[in-house]
Design a protein around this ligand. Structure first.
Ligand SMILES: [Zn+2]
Length: 104
């Protein structure tokens, strides 16, 4: 079963798509905990994802941040709330999210 994870700013209801949560033996070549996209790409190897993550953390630095897996009750609870919703990695895409950012 594939489980995806998100970094969520609970204060703003902004979500960041972390990708698949992979643990030891989750894949034959991965014997550590990572969030990954595709078959072999760990998030930290993607400059676009990595830079977007740091932008997200900087913008929400004094807010309530949580990492939630989509299989958790907390994920369902947060998804059921009303309000403005942003999902970085989908809408906007990572490249759209980084447009005009002067932090790098
Ligand atoms: Zn925030």
């Amino acid at each position: 079963m594939t489980v995806a994870g998100d970094l969520v700013c609970v204060t703003c209801d902004h979500w960041f798509d972390l990708g698949r949560a992979v643990g030891p033996s989750g894949l034959p070549y991965v014997e550590r905990y990572v969030f990954a996209r595709g078959k072999a790409l760990d998030n930290w190897t993607s400059e676009e994802v990595n830079t977007s993550l740091w932008k997200f953390v900087a913008e929400h630095r004094d807010h309530d941040l949580e990492i939630v897996l989509d299989s958790s009750e907390r994920h369902a609870e947060l998804m059921s709330r009303d309000g403005e919703y942003l999902y970085v990695g989908d809408v906007p895409s990572f490249s759209e999210y980084l447009e005009g950012w002067t932090g790098r």
